[in-house]
Write a protein that binds this ligand. Sequence first.
Ligand code: NAI
Length: 372
Amino acid sequence: MKVLLVLYDGGKAAQEEPRLLGTIQNKLGIADWLKKQGHELVATADKEGEGSEFRKHIVDAEVLITTPFHPGYLTKEIMATAKNLKICITAGVGSDHVDLNAANERNITVAEVSGSNVVSVAEHVVMSILLLVRNYTPSHEQIIAGGWDVAPMARHSFDLENKVVGTVGAGRIGYRVLQRLKPFDCKELLYFDYAPLPEHAAKAIGVRRVESLEEMVSQCDIVTVNCPLHEKTKGLFNKELISKMKPGAWLVNTARGAICDAQAVADAVNSGHLGGYAGDVWNVQPAPADHPWRSMQHPLKGGNGMVPHMSGTTIDAQLRYAEGTKKILENYLSGQSQDPANLIVENGDYVSKAYGKRDTKAGERKEEVRTA
Ligand code: NAI
């Protein structure tokens, strides 16, 4: 059996730090284990273009493993060349890099390590909210540059207390973000999701459901995006929706870059309509040097909390998603059924209910799984 791993090149850092598991150097810690069983393993970071190693090896691979941090984008066209492919495993959370409808047509299973990095992301979201609201980054940069000028920094710095915060998507990450925000005494915590939270879970943090996205964003000082990328969320935060946000509101997106229109966000930050934008996900990864999110800036400076895709790949998270990937592979190799919480699509249908509101043949998954 041929297993294709598409991971990023961790260079010297990965040679020095074996716990950087999501790299071609450390191969999720599964290389020896697979080789001992006589399987062929190919690990590559070369994933773009017709002549890439990804295109070359996908042709006869039975298993594709990739991380969302450096994803091998498995389009319908590339999938058509993958004659032996049976299962795609996402070492992490978020399987939008696979054309899921095409996977259903070809009966390919797509599984991910659900829950493996949701706390890592939720912590990053809270940090990003605070650094935008408190105007942290330009203040820190001023210090590094040898300066000391409080007024221009304090002018665009606020408290999180008494602000309205809303999440688009209240699944594993969205719920954990709300839980972590509770002690900040926000004015209100809101969520928009077609799947309502279990009553006790909503009550535990005092969150209110808003049935229309436009209505929710117009009430929020801070909006955080925590839903998957699918047909209905691609380009969701476009010029029109952003114009409905309160002037000076902050937007944090650690879900997927393509959920936001890149230029519309940059224009809104540069004009000051948005107080700032932060996140770690980009519509193209790696992001080009001239991507508008690298240079966007609020008129009062700052307002930009972008980092490379890293919120879900802390050392702790890598250990969890590497272990979870191995478990999914073990199940596959031994013919055992997968944990339903890890399945996105199987047997030609969606198992997960998170990739858009649709009728599926698959049975109802317990809502409790999102908040447990
Ligand atoms: P989850 O499946 O537990 O929750 C997703 C929630 O989004 C569900 O409640 C679903 O009903 C809701 N949803 C789907 N479409 C929606 C829509 N149109 N409007 C409102 N809500 C909608 O997933 P989880 O674990 O919370 O992860 C969410 C996403 O976060 C992943 O799909 C992935 O794209 C992203 N992610 C990013 C990471 C990073 O490193 N930046 C790491 C892990 C996940």
